[in-house]
Design a protein around this ligand. Structure first.
Ligand code: ATP
Ligand code: MG
Length: 741
């Protein structure tokens, strides 16, 4: 097992740790937690003979799962890797629930209901309470109700529990707050009923039913012999319970890795207390700490730690690096957001040009507190002709054209899924108004049929009371669904189903008629077909088979992958190498780039003006800074347009406090790269095309063609772990920076 040689002593200890003693690996960013987790999976398979299909590895995003698969393939090969049950908690639950749905009382062809569909259901339910709401002057939006329901669900609280918790002894006074909770509780109950009637589960349900499946169904306990969880600090109560339900029957074969300093999902009910809870539930559990950061230069680490250590209640930790000191992170102020965006674009161009092609667009990330900040940045990049890709922004699968098409396919897969029907019936518009649709829904509820069933009955003339005009309106809809259903039952691939659907509903013409930017939407449609054919070719990577004998249909695998996808999953590796990444800080978790730029480091943004958890906002900035390997830029604009209004902005208190306590951790001067040209390049040395000789040649070329001061030894390339690959040994003159806060 040669891969053990690439680990340091603490990492090796963690990988070799007795599989039956529960293990927590706690460590700072870039210390190799994910690397250790991957190596441990390989070790458990190769040394302990655990069948790959008996390992459950939980990652925070699908993108992270794909990356882990890639890393693992290098250690144990593609075939074994494909068998490992790897994915987010949601994906794993979906996988097992499909196979064993009956056990928890649901149908195997359940549809995963996404946020937009959930909101639609809630909006319908809110209408039922319209009179009361307007008479009592209470405003309730579907988003608010959904997030309250979701919060309750993530704490495993049922509608009944919710109502009980919020019903105080009645007083004669009207308490609007109490009324809101009461209505939300009622809607919560109705929402649940509606989802069950539609044979669908929302994201929270996937976890709740997963817990039920694993804790109540004894064969389920044999499915997993070891469970491993990455980013454990961001698990919520339900996810913890799920982990426990899977892990308890394994007699403690569980490994989790996490970093309390990077807990950034408190707003989504994550409980950093799960670490302590695990130690109580698994009394024999042990902790291993990793203290060496391999990702960033010492200067980046120093600035990042100066920020996070402003939280005086934080548990002190050591994080050191043997990486070179590198360039001092840049902190710049600009008069407006446009000047800031322009600087970022021009600076990226300058760095790429001065690195003689060693750095590519894909080595840059611009990390934002929230995605609305990307507008100015995107247009500045466009102006400089820099290609970019937005990660975690407006999600591909939430786009109008994609939802239109998926709604038909969802309906073919699950005729009970009302949200899909109410959308599909209006694409293209067939003159069936909202009222008529609501009447159909009510009729379905009354007759205990699916809405599609009711519509088909009307079409087949088995409902004499329906007007002929209505019948003819639904004609094309029923025919389309029937053709697709037949094709799907004959095993037609999802890509071909989409193609056929486009013809049947003349979707291109519909887009041209209704959408000004129909061309880019049509491109997305083509992208959907590509995604569908990828899934078709490689269905196993999305949802490996469980040995129950029931095979998922290609259509169901495709729909599931779409529902559980995020923008990052669709981004091909090639794409990301060729484009600057624009991402929210949240979506950047666990990832790394040679150059990271964080604009809008301002009050109101960091911390976000609506937050009630300032320390979490500080940790978020820390997470963003620690994504950087070699160059880090923070910037702020004195004036920024927010919601159509120009506001004066102060620099973020996090940065102000850090620089006050540790002057010199940032500089306003952009470097001509006397240090970074070496460290940055060394970072990319593990790429086959950037071998040492090539790098040296490009550096020499760069020095010849540019005038800049470099007082360091000209021919020396600083040591970096990546250099070991090229056979370069460690130099003694690298600085070691030890920070304890
Ligand atoms: P985060 O907290 O941000 O998720 P992490 O602790 O999971 O970070 P990894 O992503 O596993 O860290 O590793 C960070 C980088 O350091 C990766 O590029 C990884 O390959 C490298 N790395 C980790 N351990 C070593 C090592 N022992 N030798 C060389 N490189 C290493
Ligand atoms: Mg990680």
């Amino acid at each position: 097992m040669q891969f053990l040689d690439s680990l340091n002593a603490a990492q090796r200890k963690a990988v070799l740790h007795d599989p039956q003693t529960p293990l927590q690996i706690l460590a700072g960013p870039g210390s190799g937690k994910t690397k250790v987790l991957t190596s441990r999976i390989a070790y458990l398979i190769l040394e302990h003979g655990i069948p790959p299909s008996s390992l459950c590895a939980v990652t925070f995003t699908n993108k992270a799962a794909n990356e882990m698969r890639e890393r693992l393939s290098k250690l144990i090969g593609k075939q074994k890797t494909a068998e490992v049950r790897m994915g987010t908690f949601h994906a794993l639950c979906a996988l097992f629930l499909r196979k064993f749905s009956k056990v928890v009382g649901i149908e195997g062809n359940f549809t995963i209901c996404d946020t937009e569909e959930s909101k639609k259901v809630i909006s319908g339910l809110l209408k039922r309470h319209k009179e009361f709401l307007s008479s009592s002057d209470i405003t309730l939006k579907e988003g608010t109700v959904l997030s309250l329901i979701s919060k309750a669900k993530s704490k495993s609280m049922s509608a009944k529990d919710f109502i009980a918790e919020h019903s105080k002894p009645s007083t004669s006074n009207f308490d609007p707050e109490e009324e809101v909770q009461r209505i939300v509780g009622t809607i919560y109950g109705e929402y649940e009923k509606s989802l069950r009637r539609s044979n669908s589960l929302d994201f929270d349900d996937l976890l709740l039913y997963g817990v039920r499946l694993f804790s109540e169904h004894s064969p389920a306990t044999n499915w997993c012999m070891h469970v491993l969880v990455d980013e454990f600090q961001d698990t919520n109560v339900t996810q913890y319970e799920l982990m426990r339900a899977i892990a308890l029957p394994t007699n403690g074969c569980v490994t989790v890795v996490g970093d309390p300093d990077q807990s950034i999902y408190g707003w989504r009910s994550a409980e950093v207390g799960n670490l302590a809870r695990m130690r109580k539930d698994f009394v024999s559990s042990q902790q291993i700490l990793l203290e060496e950061n391999y990702r960033s230069t010492a200067a980046i680490l120093k600035a990042s730690l100066a920020i996070v250590s402003q939280d005086k209640s934080r548990i002190q930790k050591t994080l050191l690096t043997s990486n070179p000191s590198g360039t001092v992170p840049v902190l710049r102020s600009f008069p407006t957001e446009h000047a800031e965006a322009e600087f970022i674009a021009v600076e990226i161009k300058r760095i790429v040009a001065s690195m003689g092609g060693v750095l590519r667009w894909g080595d840059f990330a611009i990390l934002l507190r929230f995605s609305a900040l990307s507008r100015a940045i995107e247009s500045a990049l466009q102006k400089e002709a820099i290609p970019s890709i937005v990660l975690g922004g407006h999600k591909f699968f939430e786009r109008l054209e994609i939802k239109d098409l998926l709604s038909y396919l969802q309906l073919v897969d699950n005729p009970d899924f009302t949200p899909a029907l109410t959308r599909a019936i209006g694409v293209p518009p067939r003159g069936i108004g909202e009222k008529s649709v609501q009447a159909l829904v009510s009729r379905a509820e009354l007759t205990k049929k699916s809405v599609l069933g009711v519509i088909e009955l009307i079409y087949d003339a088995k409902q004499p009371d329906v007007k002929p005009a209505v019948k003819s309106k639904i004609g094309s809809f029923v025919k389309t669904v029937r053709v697709l259903r037949k094709l799907a039952s004959e095993g037609t691939s999802p890509a071909d189903l989409v193609r056929r659907l486009l013809d049947l509903i003349e979707y291109e013409t519909h887009l041209k008629k209704t959408q000004p930017e129909w061309e880019s939407r049509w491109e997305n449609v083509q992208e959907l077909i590509t995604f569908a054919s990828d899934i078709d070719n490689d269905g196993s990577s999305v949802a490996p088979e469980v040995e129950s004998g029931v095979k998922d249909t290609p259509l169901r695998l495709f729909l599931q992958a779409s529902m559980l996808s995020s923008e990052g999953d669709k981004q091909s590796e090639e794409d990301s190498k060729e484009k600057v990444t624009i991402s929210t800080c949240h979506a950047a978790k666990g990832l790394e780039w040679p150059v990271v730029m964080i604009p809008a480091v301002e009050q109101g943004t960091f911390p976000f003006y609506r937050t009630d958890d300032v320390p979490e906002e500080r940790r978020l900035l820390y997470v963003a800074c620690t994504r950087a390997q070699s160059l880090l830029y923070l910037s702020h604009a004195s004036k920024r347009k927010v919601g159509g209004e120009t506001k004066t902005k102060e620099i973020s208190e996090f940065v102000a406090a850090a620089t006050k306590e540790h002057p010199g951790i940032f500089t306003a001067r952009t470097s001509q790269f006397p240090h970074t040209e070496r460290t940055v390049i060394s970072k990319v040395l593990d790429r086959p095309e950037a071998k040492e000789a090539e790098v040296t040649r490009r550096m020499t070329e760069f020095r010849r063609t540019t005038r800049h001061e470099d007082t360091s030894e000209r021919n020396e390339v600083s040591w970096h772990p990546a250099l070991a690959v090229a056979g370069v040994t460690r130099k003694t003159n690298t600085s070691t920076f030890v920070a304890s806060s």
